[in-house]
Design a protein around this ligand. Structure first.
Ligand SMILES: Cc1cc2nc3c(=O)[nH]c(=O)nc-3n(C[C@H](O)[C@H](O)[C@H](O)COP(=O)(O)OP(=O)(O)OC[C@H]3O[C@@H](n4cnc5c(N)ncnc54)[C@H](O)[C@@H]3O)c2cc1C
Ligand code: FES
Length: 471
């Protein structure tokens, strides 16, 4: 549960067959922004959400609105060329402006605040300087600085003034009030122009899959292209005042953003399912307490996002073979601006006024050589995990599992994931992922069973927390 998840209302279940111009599947930031944009363009739009509203990743984000998506631009110029990079930046800028304009147009009280975004390096200036050169080439207004309000030594930093923070749930709540939404309505499959749900169907001329990780396997083959990364976030009070947000350029560094008089610190990312026994959330909390000994923990959570092979999201037609089915995914942990970009891109395609950057997001674009290597590695890892899943023979018995621990055990010939909670009660989950059969690993920080292949997560009782698994 994240700190943002307070302001949730709307519930209405689909229990009949209906029709609309557009059906958006998924009521997260992406689905809601796309639906709102298309509704403003005059379409009759229906959103269906499998859960209650705001249970997805958008409620567990840290909600920094910026065009600076980490150390993106120098690498993108090197791997994809300057023209594509320029289009990516323009798309991010359009997305950010659209998001901020929509917030003010709707008069939404979501704590929107303009504060500088600072990229900092603890180790070396070199990579940061090449990012600074890339940003300057793209005409981003930014400056180098060594003055940062952080509790450790920083080698160098880039300050970008044009950035914002907000409360994503408050904003999604405002968007949701503008839309026709069915909750607890799961899309089971798409058949032509019909979305088949568990409790009714929606016929629509255009269908948009905004389910975070795309849930249709047979088209698009997204499971062969994307994996997921999990990160951790914690809110602290009794800390010094922050008036900027900070993002570390090194993999093991933390991001900081103010939240009123508190701060949200996030980081310790890893491929979902590859945790190697460490408690990543506990180590984040311990690190922050070592920086600020008086800090008090208020809340903590984890979230995950889809990582595309070339660091560019997939937005557009779902596959070469689908003309009226669209997708928006692969935001690489920058889905606040990228979901707004997705709304502009998909609206442009449907209204036949394509945005100038539409093609760079095409889900069936050619990926550069480094991206192709990631796809090959992704396939190899999935194959290895599958073999491991089939060949693993559990050696432990349920009675061997101590409190607050989990093991894969064999029960009546079937492998199960079993967690014994702090009170000694047992919880049974699956040991093998319901998506494509890879093995699950227990994450002690989140008390979840996670899959390394494409990132599905299950709670201790086997309920799905994160896509792509739908079973
Ligand atoms: C730790 C962390 C910090 C982040 N911080 C930032 C940040 O500061 N700035 C930024 O720009 N980005 C950030 N991101 C990324 C951002 O949070 C995500 O990219 C974004 O929230 C994804 O939104 P979404 O709508 O695609 O997914 P979601 O919010 O998960 O929405 C998808 C919805 O689809 C529903 N669904 C799934 N399957 C079905 C189905 N079959 N039928 C009906 N509904 C279905 C789900 O229930 C869910 O509600 C962060 C990510 C992480 C992991
Ligand atoms: S998420 Fe694809 S096999 Fe688990």
């Amino acid at each position: 549960m994240s700190f943002f998840m307070e302001k949730t209302k709307i519930t209405k279940r689909l229990n009949q067959d209906i029709s609309a111009d557009v059906c958006v599947i998924g009521g997260g930031m992406t689905g809601l922004l796309i639906a709102y944009k298309l509704r403003c363009s005059g379409a009759k739009v229906v959103v269906i959400e499998k859960d209650r509203l705001f249970c997805g990743e958008s409620s567990r984000t840290t909600a920094k609105i910026t065009t600076i998506h980490g150390m993106k631009y120098a690498d993108l110029i090197k791997n994809s060329g300057f023209e594509i990079t320029k289009k990516y930046y323009l798309a991010a800028l359009d997305g950010m402006n659209y998001l901020v304009d929509t917030i003010s147009e709707l008069g939404c009280d979501c704590d929107l605040e303009k504060i500088p975004f600072v990229l900092y390096s603890k180790k070396s200036s070199e990579k940061l300087l090449s990012e600074y050169a890339a940003l300057s080439r793209l005409n981003v207004i930014c400056s180098l600085t060594k003055k940062v309000n952080l509790p450790f030594k920083v080698e160098n930093a880039i300050n970008v003034e044009n950035a914002y923070i907000f409360n994503p749930v408050a904003f999604m709540n405002t968007l949701a009030n503008e839309l026709d939404i069915y909750t607890e309505t799961k899309a089971v499959k798409v058949a032509g122009e019909r979305v088949i749900c568990e409790t009714g169907n929606v016929s629509a001329n255009h269908i948009i899959v905004a389910t975070h990780y795309p849930f249709i396997n047979s088209l698009g083959l997204y499971f062969a292209k994307m994996y997921q990364e999990k990160s951790y976030a914690a809110v602290f009070e009794n800390v010094p005042e922050f008036n900027k947000m900070y993002y570390c350029t090194e993999n093991n560094g933390y991001a900081f953003r103010p939240f009123g008089d508190k701060i949200i610190v996030s980081g310790n990312s890893h491929r979902t399912g590859k945790i190697y026994g460490q408690d990543k959330l506990a180590s984040l909390i311990a690190d922050v307490k070592s920086y600020y000994p008086n800090a008090r923990l208020v809340d903590s959570w984890s979230a995950q996002d889809c990582m595309p092979p070339d660091n560019i999201p997939f937005i557009g037609r779902y596959s070469k073979f689908s003309n009226s089915l669209y997708v928006a995914t692969g935001f690489g942990k920058w889905g606040m601006t990228s979901s707004a970009t997705a709304a502009l891109v998909i609206d442009g395609i449907i209204s036949k006024h394509k945005r100038p950057y539409t093609n760079i997001f095409s889900p069936f674009r050619k990926t550069h050589s480094q991206g192709r290597r990631q796809i090959v590695n992704q396939t190899k890892l999935s194959a290895k995990e599958l073999i491991q899943s089939i060949s693993y023979i559990p050696v432990k018995e349920v009675r061997d599992i101590p409190r607050n621990s989990a093991e894969i055990v064999r029960i009546e010939g079937k492998k199960m994931g079993v967690y014994r909670d702090v009170n000694g009660d047992l919880h049974y989950s699956r040991a093998v992922c319901g998506h494509l059969g890879c093995p699950l690993t227990f994450n002690s920080s989140t008390k979840s069973w996670d899959c390394a292949c494409h990132g599905s997560s299950y709670d201790i009782d086997g309920n799905i927390i994160s896509n792509p698994c739908q079973k």
